[in-house]
Design a protein around this ligand. Structure first.
Ligand code: ADP
Length: 267
């Protein structure tokens, strides 16, 4: 009976959580990069992850999408174990097909935009929905035009990446991720490689997505964005979550010495 109640309680918890990690551990050799991280994101929530360089932010994002294998703990997205499945009480790596399916439901926007150089903006956007999701081409092209409009690039459908600015390329990359109709979007320092004058146009697209209710995890050095757009801010330092809470708490009211020191350096 107790077991049944516990299962029901954990399922109820999962229902509101889009992302949940339990005691997540990741090492590179002897370097422990994530040291028992419990991280949750509710449906529709925008969580911004901040912290010094090398604290494990990017690695956390990459683990969520199983771009990195983990060394301990568990990751769930939408209630499903990520990258592994349980067999006789042990974790074994999941099939490539299941991992690909999970990845197709999670949009990942990288610091470097990684567009296909020999494809136009439109072709970049329609590639995966057609090849991976096997959706009808007409429908995908129509959606791609809508997405280009959404990111302010209606006029650039036929442009090749080298004809686009960094900010425009990153907006195409966001449209490309959205074309898969993801339930979660991960942004890994999406504006860090851009010239300063191009940062705003990308942040504006991200802000709009947040307002539309997309569930997002955003690793960024843009403290203004974190303050204005985040529902929840996570501060990482030395492989751990040191403090988390609403932006007001983190930016205006932190009692934590390490958070205060970090913010003192970057604000
Ligand atoms: P952040 O995003 O906070 O700057 P990272 O997650 O990129 O931090 O890096 C955390 C630590 O993991 C750093 O010490 C970094 O050198 C190390 N690291 C990241 N990726 C690799 C890798 N592929 N191989 C070895 N070490 C890595």
């Amino acid at each position: 009976m107790e077991d049944v109640q516990q299962t029901a309680a954990s399922e109820a918890q999962t229902a509101t959580h889009m992302v949940r990690t339990e005691q997540l551990v990741k090492c590179f050799g002897s370097n422990v990069v994530l040291d028992g991280v419990d991280f949750t994101v509710d449906r529709g929530q925008v969580v911004v992850v901040i912290g010094p360089s090398g604290s494990g932010k990017t690695t956390l994002l990459r683990c969520l999408n199983h771009l990195e294998k983990i060394d301990g703990g568990r990751i769930y997205i939408d209630g499903q174990l990520v990258g592994y499945r349980e067999k006789n009480g042990k974790l074994i790596e999941d099939s490539e097909a299941n991992i690909a399916l999970m990845r197709s439901q999670v949009g990942f926007v990288f610091q470097r935009f990684n567009l296909f150089a020999h494809k136009t903006a439109l072709q970049n956007i329609i590639e995966a929905p057609i090849q991976v999701q096997h959706r009808p081409k007409d429908e995908v092209i129509e959606q791609a035009h809508e997405l280009l409009r959404k990111v302010g690039l209606s006029e650039k459908a036929d442009a090749y990446p080298h004809r686009l600015s960094g900010g425009q390329q990153q907006r195409v990359a966001i449209a490309r991720a959205l074309a898969m109709n993801p339930k979660l979007m991960l942004f890994d320092e999406a504006t860090s490689a851009l010239d300063p004058e191009l940062v705003g146009e990308v942040l504006a697209v991200m802000r709009q997505l947040a307002e539309e209710g997309m569930t997002m995890v955003v690793v960024t050095h843009e403290m203004g964005f974190a303050r204005d757009v985040a529902d929840h801010v996570v501060f990482m330092d030395k492989a751990q979550i040191v403090e988390q809470g609403p932006p007001q708490q983190i930016f205006n009211d932190t009692q934590n010495e390490r958070t205060r020191k970090f913010l003192g350096r970057v604000l």
